[in-house]
Design a protein around this ligand. Structure first.
Ligand SMILES: [Zn+2]
Length: 116
């Protein structure tokens, strides 16, 4: 593991835009999966691919998906918080800068690869 160098302004701005668009996307998809967890009549266009599955299976899939989305949402919000506090891009485990290459793939990650 080679330690990364601190982020440049441009990289930080790029990652913030990335996080914000991921957040917006997540909000949209959560609105759909939130609906899919509840046993209500659903608009076919909202359920899409899920409507073809057995209803029990799709219920549990929807719950799993929703759970993953909740975790990701929390990570993204935390990352944006760290960005506001100026500690974004610093590994929560070892305190070293997280390489930009890793942040570009996982902008919400709080740790470097070694500490993940
Ligand atoms: Zn680390």
């Amino acid at each position: 593991m080679t330690p990364g160098s601190p982020l440049t302004q441009d990289q930080r701005a790029e990652l913030r835009a990335e996080l914000e668009s991921a957040l917006a996307k997540l909000h949209r998809s959560m609105a759909v999966s939130e609906g899919a967890v509840k046993p209500v009549e659903l608009d076919q266009t909202a359920v899409g691919r899920l409507s073809r599955m057995d209803s029990l299976q799709s219920q549990s899939l929807a719950k799993n998906l929703h759970e993953r989305e909740r975790i990701k949402l929390a990570l993204i919000l935390e990352a944006l918080n760290r960005m506001d506090r100026g500690s974004y891009g610093i590994c929560a485990g070892c305190g070293e800068p997280i390489p930009f290459g890793r942040l570009a793939i996982f902008p919400e990650t709080p740790t470097c690869q070694g500490c993940a």
